[in-house]
Design a protein around this ligand. Structure first.
Ligand code: MN
Length: 457
């Protein structure tokens, strides 16, 4: 694939025009679906209209440099203009087409702002404006205004009203076919970049060089990543959010990369782990983790509890540790006494969409009541039963984290662990494998990530 094509041609790979028009059609249906969902939000909350701002460019303190801009997720779920500041979208009870306000000022310093992909503009009545006073003239009387800043001077109670925010988060759990395709494409574009990163690791590159290889392969700037690239070589694979990438190359043993791609404001979120020596115990442990991860992926379904599947994943991690002679107890004991948790200190997964950690995973209802995580697993991001068309990540991990191991060694369960085996695995850091799964309305499961890797071979 030619890496140096604009995004719409890249999206189109095999047949650019056909893919582009297919996406435009999916988008029209997406907007029709969102209008219907927002009509019921207006009814439920008593507002006449909702106005969503994309946000403002932020300047660095005492400097004339701006931070890279990213439109907020409430705007991005409607409009794929992730890098365009100063836009507003107006959804009213009366109008069939939402009104999209685009800030249009003469500017010789910057290249022209991002525009909508071909065919997408039909979804809106587009109004170009230069000052917010012009936007204000279009506003009705009962407006909920959603934006980080309140330049339209909405009354405090109507600026980001929680009742509306909860409703939006709740409806967003089920993804439209267009949203699913965005995340699917974000997986397709990430798979070859993951391979490029793996090759750079095997060649002995530094973490910074590996990240550069990833960016080059998906033809993105770092500011376009849905989240900072995590690229941990050797012991760094045990640092769950290792963003502070090292410039010094290391003698390669193990490599964990957690990185996605963003397509039209939607993210993929993918983790892979590699061993340099294919004959090592660590390589065998990755292979077993891969098998267990696929078993966990198969557990999803409408009405299923992510908490139950997380508890199951704790058992599977314990089984891996037993298999490799790290634990000397049963899986049941390892989970009951939270010994497995010392090697696997995070949740199994989260909702995925235009937020990498999409909101709504803990919502019991549209009124914003929360289903709190169980006391034993306070870090779980999703407790609510799965719904149709939800996209979930499945990302079990096993790590040798010195701080946790020291606590375990000093505690009452120290004898449950074979410490010489632990010492052998510490230099490899850890393993995480993460896929993105759609729970379809017919209750079938689609693994977007495995399909993307299979398709990019
Ligand atoms: Mn994730």
């Amino acid at each position: 694939m030619n890496q140096f094509q604009p995004i719409d041609q890249q999206l189109s790979r095999a047949n650019p025009t056909a893919y582009g028009s297919e996406m435009a059609q999916l988008y029209q249906r997406h907007i029709a679906d969102k209008i219907a969902r927002f009509q019921s939000i207006l009814e439920a909350t008593g507002y006449q209209e909702i106005l969503i701002g994309s946000g403002e460019t932020k300047m660095q303190f005492q400097d004339d440099m701006a931070y890279s801009f990213k439109a907020n997720p409430y705007f991005r779920e409607w409009v794929p203009l992730a890098t365009r500041a100063g836009c507003y979208l107006q959804i009213t009870a009366a109008a069939s087409k939402p009104r999209l306000f685009l800030l249009t000022v003469e500017d010789i310093w910057h290249t022209a702002p991002e525009t909508l992909p071909p065919g997408f503009e039909q979804a809106f009545e587009i109004v170009e404006y230069a000052t917010v006073d012009q936007v204000k003239k279009f506003l009705g009387t009962a407006t909920a205004f959603i934006n980080e800043t309140n330049e339209l001077e909405a009354l405090a109670e109507h600026w980001n009203p929680q009742a509306v925010i909860h409703q939006i988060d709740y409806q967003r759990r089920g993804k439209t076919p267009y949203e699913q395709e965005c995340v699917r494409e974000a997986n397709r574009r990430a798979a070859p970049a993951h391979r490029a990163a793996q090759q750079a690791f095997v060649a002995g590159a530094s973490e910074v060089q590996i990240a550069a290889a990833y960016l080059a392969a998906c033809d993105c700037r770092e500011s376009e990543m849905p989240y900072g690239i995590i690229a941990g070589v050797n012991e760094h694979a045990a640092v769950l959010h290792h963003h502070n990438l090292f410039k010094q190359p290391q003698t390669p043993r193990s490599f964990l990369i957690d990185a996605g791609v963003e397509v039209y404001g939607y993210a993929s979120d993918i983790t892979r782990t590699y061993a340099y020596d294919a004959g090592s115990d660590f390589a065998a442990m990755i292979e077993l983790m891969d098998k267990k991860q696929l078993e966990l992926c198969a557990q999803g379904g409408i009405g299923k509890s992510p908490v139950d599947i997380h508890v199951l994943s704790q058992h599977k991690i314990a089984e891996i540790l037993i298999e490799f002679d790290v634990l000397k107890i049963s899986a049941e004991e390892a989970v009951a006494n939270d010994i497995a948790g010392a090697f696997y200190p995070h949740g199994l997964g989260h909702h995925l969409g235009c937020n990498v950690h999409d909101k709504g995973g803990q919502l019991a209802n549209a009124q914003g009541d929360i289903l709190p995580p169980p006391e034993k697993y306070p870090k779980l991001r999703s407790g609510a039963p799965m719904v149709a068309n939800q996209i979930h990540t499945v990302e079990p991990g096993v790590y040798f984290i010195p701080a946790f191991l020291e606590k375990l060694k000093a505690g009452e369960h120290a004898n449950s662990v074979n410490w010489s085996r632990v010492d052998e695995f510490v230099p490899y850091g850890g393993i995480r494998i993460e896929d993105n799964i759609v729970v379809h309305a017919d209750n079938s499961l689609e693994n977007l990530t495995r399909a993307a890797f299979a398709g990019s071979q």
